[in-house]
Design a protein around this ligand. Sequence first.
Ligand code: MN
Length: 316
Amino acid sequence: MSSLVELAQTLVEHDNFLIVSHEHPDADSIGSMLGLFHTLSFLGKKCQLICDDPVPDYGWPGMECFRTMEEIQPFETAIVLDCEPSRTGKFVSILADASFLINIDHHQGNNAECSYQFVDPKQAATAMIVYKLVKLLGVPFSPEIAKSLYGGILGDTGGFRYSNTTYDVFLAAAELVTHGALPADTARELFECKSFEFLKILGFALSKIQLSTNKKIAWMALTCQDFHDFSVDPSDCDQLIQYARMVAGTEIAILFREVAPQEIRIGFRSHRVSIHTLASHFGGGGHLLAAGAKVEGMALPAVIEAVLAQAHQVLE
Ligand SMILES: [Mn+2]
């Protein structure tokens, strides 16, 4: 049974870290990576931050330290944050070189094989776990650490709106604000600063939103051609699902993105019904009320049909 104290001890005992997270990093993966990077650096540890996808330009301290696959220097200990190691894309092979592999996550069902694993699905964000680690390690919250972790928590709680927004989350956020996190700036960076192209495709997606006959499922589907027409990267459009989720009276929201022919990314959101099993049915995973999957080898209309049929079963 792993504990946070043991995890803190494990970090102290190791050095020369490589920190990595999932593909298409979100606010929590970036915030927890940066927060841990600043913390380990404070402890005098050698540390590399790695990401091969474009990192959203939130302007948080340390973002300039991200390196690509080609720039990786020799390392000893790898830390995978906010996902299981198999979801790190092209870094999977690099992680095999680590003499010690640590996995820190809050996703339900993560039971990956590694040297040391700490998974707590009760935590609202991986940044919450890192926040607790920082305290256990006795590292003072610098503005750099505070801003990064606050951003991660704000991202995964949807701006303190989702059901994972607990008393603990508010306490952590308050402490981070004391140490330099900036609520208004971070909220704007995460939720209110969209590219012109994104707003155009949002308008298009809203005009195409669909509702099941029982009015319980709202979904949106965008094709490769749509992304091309609007000059938007499909990876930058995962937030569209927030809008499908707003339809009054619905239980489940689904976003289909055809990122390449016969490669469909599916996002699921729910207000109450667990959609975790729905996502795992299609090879994905996530949380009880927010999950995702990727289906390959099927065309978009067939995927939509299969997923909607399964979603109706979940509601029965
Ligand atoms: Mn997360």
